[in-house]
Design a protein around this ligand. Structure first.
Ligand code: ADP
Ligand code: ZN
Length: 359
């Protein structure tokens, strides 16, 4: 279907998430977010050849006087580095982008996180419009204003809160997304149900086949409902002093897994799928939830063709060391997002390391 959906994110800097097919060709919508006559597109080597010219043409059709700059980075999570951040800044400087410039982040979470951070820093902050092209970016990373790059010591260790000017999710771009990347995004969709919306998890269960088959209506519904959840949470807790931490369900295990495996192992969504199952098992072990809840989550993730077990050969002590450096860890020991069962996630500080090692 060609229906367009909108989700509003409130707070000190409100913005709009638009979801639907054809947004990248919609010059009027793209141009409506411009403040001045400078636009700068950051994308990666997979996405730019497919979509960058279309965005530029659409913008120019509305604003023939637009000054457009562009930077295309190498694709992949391993490129979310300070080096590439510096290259984007250098390209912004060379293009003479002014304070009223708009940076368009065209790509997946890597492009969105890195170029969002560049937008946060260039001239102490210019507008960033997120144009997510992966399911993961549409349902999670493009919304909420967290921007960052990775360090060898861990993921997202350097960054800033910089809410986007707008998020325009063109769902037709998912047609070219590798199936494995689509499934990775579904892990974050499941996360919203697992955290606080048991009926949504039922809905995902009922539409698992449709989602895997990329049914338009099912995908649009999954994206919109996920964005509504994310919008509500970041509106209430933009800087993650409380409730927003729930969005990290599965991520303490997941990040440790990603960091320990290095690049070329599981991708982010896959690591989060495994991490959520481990969080469910940890909750069980701590006497908070039942085995039935863990089984339910495992089964759903498996149906979505996501991994649910730790890959063989990982060093548990090394993973624990990564968790100690996780931003969610605090002085009182390891802090995990656990649950009392499906749809009832909560933050639990002071989790004993032996319980973590046991799962
Ligand atoms: P994520 O959004 O999961 O954080 P990335 O930004 O690394 O991940 O994107 C995953 C991969 O998919 C990258 O190789 C990227 O270039 C590629 N990609 C992103 N969007 C599309 C798309 N719409 N079509 C084809 N490939 C895409
Ligand atoms: Zn995530």
């Amino acid at each position: 279907s060609g229906a367009m959906r909108q989700v509003e994110v409130g707070g000190a800097q409100p913005y709009r998430i638009a979801i639907g097919p054809g947004l990248l060709d919609d010059g009027a919508t793209l141009a409506a977010v411009l403040r001045g006559r400078d636009a700068f597109i950051v994308s990666d080597g997979n996405v730019a050849p497919l979509y960058a010219a279309r965005v530029i043409d659409a913008l120019r059709s509305e604003r023939p006087d637009l000054r457009v700059g562009q930077y295309v980075m190498a694709p992949g999570e391993e490129e979310k580095t300070l080096d590439n951040f510096a290259r984007v800044i250098d390209a912004l400087a060379r293009a003479g982008m002014r304070r009223d410039a708009t940076l368009f982040a065209l790509g997946g979470g890597v492009v969105g996180d890195l170029s969002g951070f560049a937008a946060a820093c260039w001239m102490r902050g210019i507008d960033c419009v997120q144009l997510p092209t992966t399911l993961l970016a549409m349902v999670d990373s493009s919304v909420g204003g967290k921007t960052a790059v990775d360090l060898p010591q861990g993921k997202n260790l350097v960054g800033a809160f910089h809410p986007p000017r707008a998020v325009l999710a063109d769902t037709s771009t998912l047609r070219t997304l590798p199936p494995r990347e689509l499934r990775a995004g579904l892990a974050e969709v499941v996360k919203y149900g697992a955290i606080g919306d048991a009926p949504f998890l039922d809905w995902i269960d009922a539409h698992a086949e449709a989602l895997l088959a990329m049914d338009n209506d099912a995908l649009a519904e999954a994206i919109a409902r996920s964005c509504e959840h994310k919008a509500a949470i970041v509106e209430r807790d933009p800087f993650e002093h409380g409730e927003r931490a729930l969005l990290n369900l599965g991520h303490t295990f997941g990040h440790a897994l990603e960091t320990e495996q290095g690049y070329g192992g599981l991708n982010h969504g896959e690591a989060v799928a495994v991490g959520m199952v481990l969080a469910a098992r940890l909750s069980e072990r701590l006497g908070l939830s039942h085995a039935d809840d863990t089984t339910r989550l495992r089964t759903l993730l498996s149906r979505l063709e996501l991994p649910v077990d730790l890959p063989a050969g990982l060093d548990p002590q090394a993973m624990l060391a990564h968790m100690r450096l996780d931003k969610k860890a605090q002085a009182d020991g390891l802090r995990f997002i656990v649950w009392d069962g499906i749809g009832r996630a909560k933050v639990l500080p002071g989790v004993p390391e032996d319980a973590v090692l046991a799962v």
